[in-house]
Write a protein of this length. Structure first.
Lengths: 303, 397
């Protein structure tokens, strides 16, 4: 039984990271009906910014001394800020010029942006995997047969705080309200006097910051980061967003956790060979059976 | 529309002609990385013997290609300083295959057809050696691979040789070492299921360890590129092994070491020569302390021949040569030795001379080429401690 709980715990921590990435996909889709493929590479950039900021604080490589908690939080904030800027610039320079073009154009632009970031990443950061520094000193706690490290606790805590913050932002602030208005009807929102360009930029900024946080937590949890780490993890987060109902914020969280747990249980009890197959199988089945996702509502398309 | 095509086609033809001339012109100088001499002409200068090399000088296994090239270059320079082969100087033409199999085919074809090399050295990765070997075999040009350990490589044909041991042998070495030297009875296996090399080692280990009276308590897999191994490691932990055999490449191994310690699974890891990269301890750090892997040679247990090579390598490149660099050197030296013994410098005679290599004193041990054109030689087992490799044992075939 303790094995099951260990797998469940590991799955939830992996799922938290997927959920953080999925939120960015779902928010942008909600507002613009655009699948931002470059989002998964913003996640990668976040991890590398964290790696370099940590190195500037004196923590690099496998043998590095851990940072103090405030310094670790500073690393997280720096990466989130850098990626918020990156996300907003991507929107400003790549997506805004083609926003009124046919739907296929922004989609192709997004794929191009993603490839650009991946290859730039290999050029700037190098193609070899790099060890993510231990910015927190690792302390294991044994609860029955289950090992919980403070890193796992940090992952859950960071994810919870960020999601609570996002929830407050979307439901309680004026900008959040504007964001929801945009997702209902962009033109109507503009007619109501909402500065849609500004709100869209903020949506990209917030989504990218969350992805950056996901990148740091991923590095902490999984030891190595590479310029191509966004591809598979981003795809899985996208599946999570679709599973929960794309455009639906709580759906992205539920989807992320579900994918993380399912992967871990499949790898632990069936075989790793089927892990990715089952994840993408879920996507196909979901699209066939309930295309609006677990928490998505059926919305009539306006013609 | 059709007028447009008519207008364009003469331009296209002209472009194609210019391109073809351009290619022909570049043929002589060996192209690529600019490391070779600038001497033009397809047959080389006055009586020079041309030897080709293909390897991954760039790409994700760049350290493999570059280190091998360094070893080969030392062998070429040494032989030339000693008067060359049959009084003729050697010239090495090195091409970069970028770590891609299709590029390997192109580079080998080019070495043989355009540069007219008499023999080919390369590759490290078995998959690329296999495709390069097919070209060499078809054109009857001898090929010596320094470090491709997959058994299939030399089975391509009678012109293909290697100077390293093969995968089943490494699995056997680690099984013997785990059972006899460490006295272990329960070992788990974690294999990279998409990698022929890893599967070959794992199967050989499983068979030999069982035969020697040990039990493989768990046999799980991962895929190259994975970063999360906690599910497999959690399952392995419940089986209670005394060690885990992880015959993969260095990136995942470093990761597995860290994640197993995190789950409280504090047992040594065992592995093969795929671990041999400075990146291994950079990623795995302290978590790898007390782990063992089999390799081609140990810089600590150097024979006079090996010591001379190690000193020269350190003087040139300011680091201790890896097993791959040493194998590159040995592959080149065995080829030049065979050329010296061959009556004429052409494919079939060099092939026969290579096949009759016996007891060659190489950096990586005493090398004899067997009937399957594989090298018969011992392996060493190294222990990782504090980021350094310590020599532990030599296991004979």
């Amino acid at each position: 039984m303790s094995v099951f709980f260990q797998q469940l715990l590991n799955g939830l921590s992996l799922g938290s990271i997927y959920a953080l990435i999925a939120l960015g996909y779902t928010m942008v889709y909600g507002v613009l009906k655009l699948i931002n493929f470059a989002h998964s590479d913003v996640f990668m950039v976040g991890a590398f910014v964290g790696l370099y900021v940590a190195a500037a604080f004196g923590a690099s490589g496998a043998g590095a001394a851990p940072l103090s908690v405030p310094a670790a939080v500073a690393v997280l904030c720096a990466a989130m800020a850098a990626c918020a800027l990156l996300g907003m610039s991507i929107e400003r320079f790549a997506y805004r010029p083609v926003r009124t073009a046919p739907k296929l154009t922004p989609l192709i632009t997004a794929i191009g942006m993603s490839l650009l970031l991946e290859n730039l990443g290999q050029l700037v950061f190098g193609a070899e995997p790099e060890r993510f520094p231990q910015i927190l000193r690792e302390v294991p706690y044994h609860l029955g047969g289950v090992v919980v490290t403070n890193i796992k606790i940090a992952i859950f805590a960071t994810t919870l705080v960020l999601m609570w913050g996002l929830h407050r932002f979307v439901t309680r602030t004026w900008t959040g309200k504007a964001m929801r208005a945009l997702s209902l009807n962009l033109d109507a929102a503009r007619l109501m006097g909402i500065q849609t360009d500004r709100v869209i930029a903020i949506t990209f900024g917030v989504g990218s910051a969350l992805a950056a946080a996901g990148g740091i937590l991923f590095g902490l949890d999984q030891t190595t980061v590479t310029p191509l780490m966004g591809i598979l993890n981003g795809l899985k987060a996208f599946v999570a967003a679709v599973l929960g109902g794309i455009g639906n914020i709580p759906g992205a969280v539920v989807g992320g956790l579900a994918i993380g747990v399912s992967e871990q249980l499949v790898a632990g009890y069936v075989s790793t060979d089927y892990r990715d197959a089952i994840t993408f199988g879920i996507l196909i089945v979901m699209l066939l059976v309930r295309p609006q996702g677990l928490l998505g509502a059926i919305r009539s398309e306006k013609v | 529309m059709s007028a447009n095509i008519r207008f364009k086609s003469p331009v296209l033809v002209l472009a194609a002609v210019v391109f073809a001339i351009g290619c022909k012109d570049r043929g002589g100088d060996g192209g690529g990385d600019g490391r070779h001499s600038k001497n033009h002409g397809p047959r080389g200068g006055d009586g020079e013997i041309l030897v080709g090399e293909y390897g991954s000088m760039t790409g994700s296994t760049a350290t493999f290609g570059v280190e091998t090239h360094n070893g080969i270059q030392i062998a070429v320079d040494e032989t030339n300083e000693a008067g060359g082969v049959k009084g003729r100087k050697l010239r090495l033409i090195s091409l970069d295959d970028q770590g891609k199999s299709d590029e390997a085919v192109t580079t080998v074809t080019r070495l043989i057809d355009l540069d007219h090399v008499v023999a080919v050295l390369g590759e490290v990765a078995s998959s690329r050696s296999k495709v390069g070997a097919r070209v060499c075999q078809r054109k009857r040009v001898p090929m010596v691979t320094p470090s491709s350990t997959n058994p299939e490589v030399t089975k391509v044909g009678d012109y293909i040789f290697r100077v390293c041991f093969i995968d089943p042998f490494q699995g056997l070495v680690m099984a013997k070492f785990a059972r006899t030297n460490l006295g272990l009875t329960k070992v788990a296996i974690l294999r990279d299921v998409r990698n022929d090399y890893s599967v070959g080692l794992a199967d050989a280990f499983k068979e030999a360890f069982g035969r020697l009276g040990g039990t493989v308590v768990s046999d799980l897999s991962y895929n190259e590129g994975d970063t999360d191994f906690s599910a497999q490691l959690t399952t392995i932990k419940t089986a209670g092994p005394q060690a885990i055999f992880v015959p993969g490449y260095y990136t995942e191994v470093g990761n597995i070491a860290v994640q197993s310690k995190r789950l409280g699974l504090d047992v040594p890891l065992l592995g093969g020569d795929g671990w041999d990269s400075p990146q291994l301890v950079e990623i795995g750090g302290e978590a790898l302390n007390g782990s063992y892997f089999s390799n081609h040679y140990s810089a600590e247990r150097a024979t006079p021949t090996a010591q001379r090579f190690i000193d020269e390598y350190r003087r040139r490149y300011h680091e201790t040569p890896s097993g791959l660099a040493a194998l590159g050197y040995d592959a080149a030296k065995i080829l030049f030795d065979a050329m010296g013994r061959a009556t004429t410098i052409d494919g079939p005679t060099i092939r026969d001379a290579l096949a009759s290599t016996r007891g060659f004193d190489g950096v990586t041990g005493n090398i004899t080429i067997d009937a399957g054109r594989n090298a018969v030689k011992p392996a060493v087992v190294l222990k990782i401690e504090g980021g350094k490799y310590e020599y532990v044992a030599t296991i004979e075939p």
